[in-house]
Design a protein around this ligand. Sequence first.
Ligand code: OOG
Ligand code: NI
Length: 451
Amino acid sequence: MTTYLSCDEIRDRFAGAMSAMYQAEVPQYATLLELVEQVNRETLANHPALAQRLAEGGELERLGVERHGAIRVGTAGELAMLRRLFAVMGMYPVGYYDLSEAGVPVHSTAFRPVEDTALARNPFRIFTSLLRLELIEDPNLRERAAAILAARDIFTPGARELIDAHERQGGLTESQAERFVTEAIETFRWHRDATVDLDTYHALHTEHRLIADVVCFRGPHINHLTPRTLDIDAVQQRMPAAGMDPKDVIEGPPRRNCPILLRQTSFKALDEAIRFAGEQQGSHTARFGEIEQRGIALTAKGRALYDRLLAESRGRTTGLDNASHQQVLAEVFADFPDDEAQLRRQGLAFFDYRPTAAGKAAAGVDSRDMEALIERGLATAKPMTYEDFLPVSAAGIFQSNLGGGQSEAYEGNANRGAFEQALGATVIDELALYAERESSSYRATLQALAQ
Ligand code: OOG
Ligand code: NI
């Protein structure tokens, strides 16, 4: 009998290979990883309770490997093939993000693992954006871009063959998996040579820098990788001394006792030399490094509160430096409960329920009142980590790396149907995923206690 490697194993190897490639391509990223590791080590040493909680939840193992990355593609065919490529690694499209709202002519999803065990092993995610040529007004430019994109193939023949093999066989053997990782990585490599001449690049760049980034190269180079930190404020503060130029403010919610959703910051994109067609020299700015601090996933009710408070803070934070920005956020977010029991009782966040050792020992508990069971020490509720992205934060990351390239011309163009048609599948609803994981842990806990 042939044995196949698990998708989790292939994803773990691929994430490792991608990180190695990016460290070799962008040495500043290696510096960022070192800084994050150091801050994480110090944070764990200074906060034993946090260290213990992460250890109990099995989160410490994934902390060191945890990354997300981002890519941008140009056509429906490229996106649909990527969906098949990521499926080999157990990564599925979760969520729909409309960035046209923020003046960026793309819409996006995140390919990521969805099951508890897969997330615990390696939650590697790729934020994937599809360029929306239909939003370019000038028909000549639109057609030129479409023709350039139609002429490229971003996948190697080997990658295509192994994706087919995976679908046919239902898995990859050890040697196939090894080849798959090597071939798949090629799609995301940086190319110093553009496929177009400098004039074409400038014409596309003038429309929007992102359009040039997607259209003028052989493939969707990985544009950043993001390790997970336990103290993003410390990393932001220490970046300059380590030789990195951080973006002005940390995106997302303020620092809290119970971190919610996702906080992000980045070092700014590097200007890199490019050889254009006809031996013309130029440069392109695309690649950067980012860090994130993840907190608890919010329910629809919690998310509505987050969105309302974020909107409220917006008018008050324009132009502020990070310290003042965070100060305003902290004031506004005082209205968001900041202890776990309140988040749970008010239905603002998702939790993972487990019977405690005492709960397992106590036979025949027939209560269905989870809060009472928690109080009696028979069950525990662990915050469920937010595994997704935030459109407003993503827009902030895009903009700080695209030189503020915002254009109101693209606004109000959410089109999930068109995105799914290009993808060749529906995107999974992220809230439904958390709710499902929460309720199955809830049921399993009650059942275990009742026995
Ligand atoms: C993606 C930006 C979004 C994030 O962390 O929110 C993102 C891009 O620049 O392509 O990665
Ligand atoms: Ni990112």
